[in-house]
Design a protein around this ligand. Structure first.
Ligand code: NAP
Ligand code: HSE
Length: 431
């Protein structure tokens, strides 16, 4: 091979990072793959837009066929985002025998199995390291590093934007909207940040991790998702007081043959390492039967960190080209998907209630919990003097999701419970 030609779909935050990493690390790339890597064409929406990198004007195009049907291009790097249109482009690229590297979790969480099988049929590689955890090599760690083990649990922070927002709200008491704006300016957020703050971006990443980790085709609809947009300043302060830190946590757990996958704001014990993962950083714990506990940590979003994952995928494609084994490492899931029922999913919960401040209310509430066999780890009762109301904050011991949901229904029916202010999953012990 004289050189490898790359076509880039997109030249935004990640695309410009890819251009920089390829330019700045050309020597290292040459050494690893034995020939230069050159970017031939770049797809954008607007060729006149100012860019973070300087490219010859003739390299930019608004016609995707200049890349996906261009016989001179070996590898298509997709960093434009979007699902339906992008799926069509990548299917065409693969059928035209082009290897594909993508950072697109929205696409891989929904059409991953289709794209991977078309890639294999056409003897092409399809790599997507940058789709989860930004610059952290979590996919390779899970698929190759832990290939010999049986993974039982994957838990962590997989969205940089929400971790940045929660860090700023907790540590600097910056308002939610201001922290989100800053995360957008820094290039961490999706084009539409609703996917970040409502937990969907993290859910897509958990679909990818659970599918790979459990070798089972997990779908987006299987993930129970709650975002961070309703978290109040009071919740963050209560969490602090009880010895916890609020994080948006993705959990994928396998017990026997059954799995659960969820993304939700969670109170993490301050002594747990995930509590000190701040700003746009991500961290994922992977538990295996033989290895025990492993932790992957690093920048979860941003231009250069994400670009390093993409260029590492490019190196993997090129090494496979030299060995003539492209498309040969795609393995279909081994197990049929079996999801846990709510009575099989266990956790501790934080609950904040606004109640009538009168005798007997507390005992009515505790009676409901004891009817379901759920006991308390912590309880705080604080009067809200002006309105004759009190606030009750409690943390339960382990309870099944079924029992907890039934308890919430019964609490809502109690006249003395004026409002369920908030409820979160809890990991670890607080103070
Ligand atoms: P971005 O800054 O919005 O860049 C998107 C680029 O794609 C722009 O250059 C845009 O062109 C081009 N584009 C979008 N739609 C197009 C279309 N229909 N036709 C032609 N060009 C189009 O997005 P980004 O932050 O780089 O993210 C790109 C992808 O990487 C997304 O899938 C995202 O989820 C993923 N990702 C992002 C990060 C991160 O930290 N930002 C991390 C990991 C993964 P113009 O410039 O002309 O508008
Ligand atoms: N918007 C995503 C995040 C980008 O904040 O984590 C990285 O996938």
């Amino acid at each position: 091979m004289e050189s490898i030609s790359v076509g880039l779909l997109g030249l935004g935050t990640v695309g410009s990072g890819v251009v920089k990493v390829i330019e700045n690390h050309q020597d290292k790339l040459m050494h690893q793959i034995g020939c230069p890597v050159s970017i031939k064409k770049v797809l954008v929406k607007d060729v006149n837009k100012p860019r973070a990198v300087e490219l010859k004007p003739e390299m930019l195009t608004t016609n995707v066929d200049d890349i996906i049907s261009n016989p001179e291009i070996d590898v298509v790097v997709e960093v434009m985002g979007g699902v339906e249109e992008t799926r069509k482009h990548l299917l065409t690229a693969l059928r035209n025998k082009k290897h594909v590297v993508t950072a697109n979790k929205d696409l891989m969480a929904v059409y991953g199995s289709e794209l991977l099988s078309v890639a294999a049929e056409n003897g092409c590689d399809l790599f997507y390291e940058a789709s989860v955890g930004g610059g952290i090599p979590i996919i390779r760690g899970l698929v190759d590093g832990l290939a010999s083990d049986r993974i039982t649990k994957i838990i962590g922070i997989v969205n940089g934007t929400t971790n940045y927002i929660l860090t700023k709200m907790t540590k600097e008491r910056i308002a939610y909207e201001d922290a989100l704006k800053k995360a957008q300016e820094l290039g961490f957020a999706e084009a539409d940040p609703t996917a970040d703050v409502e937990g969907l971006d993290a859910a897509r990443k958990m679909v990818i991790l659970a599918t790979l980790g459990f070798s089972m085709e997990v779908d987006l609809e299987d993930v129970k998702v709650t975002g961070i947009s309703n978290i109040s300043e009071e919740d963050l302060q209560y969490a602090k007081r009880l010895g916890y830190t609020m994080k948006l946590i993705g959990i994928a757990q396998r017990d026997g043959e059954k799995v659960e996958v969820s993304v939700q704001p969670t109170l993490i014990s301050d002594s747990h390492p995930l509590a000190s993962v701040n700003d746009e950083f991500n961290a994922v714990y992977v538990y295996g039967e033989a290895v025990g506990q492993t932790m992957f940590y690093g920048p979860g979003a941003g231009s250069l960190p994400t670009a390093t994952a993409i260029v590492s995928d490019l190196v993997a494609v090129m090494k496979n080209m030299r060995l003539g084994v492209n498309g040969k490492n795609i393995v279909a899931p081994q197990y049929e998907k079996k999801l846990k029922e709510p009575h099989e999913i266990y956790s501790k919960y934080f609950l904040r209630l606004l109640v009538k401040d009168e005798v007997g209310v507390f005992s009515n509430i505790t009676t409901i919990f004891s009817q379901h066999g759920v006991s308390f780890e912590k309880i705080l009762q604080l009067p809200v003097k002006e309105k004759g109301e009190a606030e009750i904050v409690l943390v339960t011991h382990q309870a099944s999701l079924k029992d907890y949901e039934d308890i919430l229904v019964k609490l809502r029916d109690l006249k003395s419970v004026h409002e369920i202010k908030s409820s979160y999953r809890v990991e670890g012990n607080g103070n």
